[in-house]
Design a binder for this molecule. Structure first.
Ligand code: C2E
Ligand code: MG
Ligand code: MG
Length: 598
């Protein structure tokens, strides 16, 4: 075939740029119009297991896996004929029989008379990326204990239920369910048995639903769901009461009979004013709270509730707004270190509310309450400004410490975000922008990736680097992530905390390291709680870490003590030659912990 080809045309296959064949990271296959294979490159041989001599003269059909139907190949041929190009993912079979996923692009190449003469196929084995994507998707969408969908998947289902209701003129009910007195059960029978209770209850609840309905676990003992395709509100009550009965079914756990009940709040879509899934869930949550107040083991409707709840929400917002004005908010700082050198590479600013009556509140107690509200933006600027002030104060004491701050999705999406950031930086001319970093949570980027990518790019141009926080906890497509010019990926604590027990989490961390390499960014592991986790991370090539084992979040004064200790201990450290990674890590961490405890 090769000879025939070289005779017919006034250039030969050997004249094709050798770079395509030999240097490209992709497999390359050249066929004539009848799809007879004329040549393949070494990467093709590696991917498929077929050598040149095996495959030349055959057609790509030898690679066929049987996964796709004839229509798939017909559509491919049709597109090739009409557009001279086809690109997509295809399941193929290697010589050893293994089926793999290939990213394939085929281009028709014309002869000097501009007639298609042969096809050039470029291919890549993307099975691993695909597996990783699937795994991330599953892990990020299902609750590991009960295997029910989690809040994120529920949000997707709710979105499509709303869409379906709009299209078909139907109604949906959104419900929130909380087990009554579950904490007492947990305390009396222990957490493992408590987990069994949750698993059993979940199974019972799921059995009450019809095919189009959903239930998700959204918190410890909290569940929420959607009942679709309703003609009237009242159509959902039989299902809700079935759910209530299922939740009250006594369970035999470790030879003990456990009796439970649940409180359910429900709201409906559509309502008079347009509203989104998240608001529906909030309404159902408020109704559930009312169900608890009115004696538990009941279903309460949102519209039965007077406006006092709304007033309470406003009260919380006013309180937080006052907290900003009255300096009740403080920033603590948690160091990030290079585990190999012991060097502190910066700190993360973590907010706390010194509440006059309720004591020191962690961000999870108040940030979610304001996340959707404009107040979260005021709070965001308060954090940036105070971080800059702190960097400047540390600088005046002779310490150069980069500080990263957490930014909400709503905040980064503001039109004037960059202008305000520049303005705040200009108030601290002695602070170089490189000392400020922003952390945005991976999932918050997904609403408008292009816009966020643009903001990140402009931050980079300002000198302010951006990290993707809680990486791996949200489901992001790789092509989205590729667009984001972030400098660091912070591996979510949920992966770090399990690496000793769960090899899947180890693999995920390995995959994240590879991704970070491809995206040209650094990796920081969050939530190191013991030495072994650090060692495993070092073995995986992840040198940077943050976590309680290194230091809990602490005050700005403690951070200084910490660094001062580092200076004195540092010289002693240099006298010791430590080549063993294990010792290096123990050393780095012990050194840092030592500073804090002094
Ligand atoms: P994050 O940005 O992922 O911060 C890390 C959280 O993990 C912090 O919780 C930190 O104390 C905790 N942590 C660090 N190491 C360990 C460890 O080894 N084990 C365990 N169990 N936890 C560890 P924190 O301070 O309660 O903050 C929670 C979240 O609240 C933060 O997660 C961040 O998303 C948000 N947040 C904190 N400060 C701010 C802020 O100023 N603005 C905004 N918008 N969000 C903030
Ligand atoms: Mg963070
Ligand atoms: Mg984080």
């Amino acid at each position: 075939m090769k000879n025939c080809f070289t005779r017919t045309f006034d250039f030969s296959v050997h004249e094709l740029p050798s770079v395509i064949f030999n240097l490209t990271a992709d497999g390359v296959m050249l066929t004539d119009l009848q799809r007879i294979i004329i040549d393949v490159n070494p990467v093709f041989e590696q991917i498929t297991g077929y050598t040149r001599s095996d495959i030349i003269g055959k057609t790509p059909r030898v690679l066929s896996s049987g996964v796709h139907n004839p229509e798939f190949y017909q559509a491919m041929n049709e597109t090739l004929k009409q557009q001279g190009y086809w690109c997509g993912d295809i399941w193929n079979r290697k010589k050893d029989g293994t089926i793999y996923l290939e990213n394939l692009s085929i281009t028709a190449i014309n002869d000097p008379d501009n007639e298609p003469a042969f096809y050039l196929a470029m291919l890549r084995d993307i099975t691993k990326q695909n597996l990783y994507k699937e795994k991330l998707r599953n892990e990020s969408l299902y609750d590991p204990l009960t295997q029910l969908p989690n809040r994120k998947l529920l949000a997707e289902k709710l979105q499509s239920a709303i869409h379906h209701a709009n299209q078909n003129n139907k109604q949906i009910a959104v419900y929130f369910l909380d087990l009554d007195a579950f904490k007492a059960i947990n305390d009396s029978i222990g957490h493992n048995a408590g987990d069994k209770v949750l698993t059993e209850v979940s199974k019972n609840l799921a059995q009450c639903l019809r095919d189009d309905d959903h239930i998700a676990r959204v918190g410890g003992d909290e569940f929420a769901g959607v009942i679709s395709n309703l003609e009237n509100h009242s159509d959902c009550f039989p299902i809700l009461h079935r759910i209530l009965r299922a939740a009250s079914q006594p369970l035999k756990i470790n030879d003990r009979l456990v009796s439970l009940s649940a409180s359910i709040g429900v709201t409906f879509y559509p309502q008079q004013s347009p509203l989104e899934g998240e608001q529906l869930l909030r309404q159902a949550d408020v109704a559930m709270y009312e169900a608890k107040q009115s004696g538990k083991n009941v279903v309460k409707l949102y519209d039965e509730i007077d406006a006092s709840k709304e007033r309470k929400n406003k009260q919380v917002l006013d309180e937080i707004s006052l907290a900003i004005k009255q300096n009740q908010l403080i920033l603590l700082y948690q160091p990030k270190i290079n585990m190999q050198t012991g060097e502190c590479i910066g700190v993360e600013a973590l907010i706390r509310w010194q509440h006059p009556h309720r004591g020191l509140l962690s961000p999870n107690r108040f940030i979610p309450l304001i996340e959707e509200h404009a107040l979260s933006i005021d709070l965001g600027y308060w954090v940036i400004e105070n971080a800059l002030k702190q960097i400047s104060q540390w600088q005046s004491l002779g310490f150069s410490i980069p500080v990263s701050v957490n930014i909400t999705s709503k905040h980064i999406h503001q039109d004037d975000f960059l202008a305000n950031l520049k303005q705040l930086l200009s108030v601290y001319p002695h602070v170089t922008p490189q000392f400020l970093e922003l952390e945005i949570v991976e999932s918050s980027v997904l609403y408008d990736v292009d816009r966020v990518a643009d903001v990140i790019q402009q931050c980079n141009e300002l000198g302010v680097a951006v990290s993707l926080d809680d990486f791996g906890s949200g489901y992001s497509s790789l092509s989205y992530l590729r667009k984001l010019p972030v400098s660091k990926l912070k591996i979510d604590r949920s992966f770090t905390s399990n690496i000793q027990k769960n090899t899947a989490d180890l693999s995920i961390i390995e995959a994240v390291m590879a991704l970070a390499n491809a995206f040209n960014c650094e990796v920081i592991a969050e939530g190191i709680e013991n030495e072994e986790q650090g060692l495993l991370l070092l073995k995986l090539g992840c040198n940077k870490a943050q976590g309680y084992f290194i230091s809990k979040p602490t005050t700005s004064e403690q951070i200084i003590k910490w660094l001062e200790q580092k200076m004195t201990v540092g010289s002693w450290r240099q006298q010791i030659k430590l080549e063993d990674e294990a010792l290096l890590l123990t050393y780095a961490i012990v050194e840092h912990r030592g500073w804090l405890e002094k």
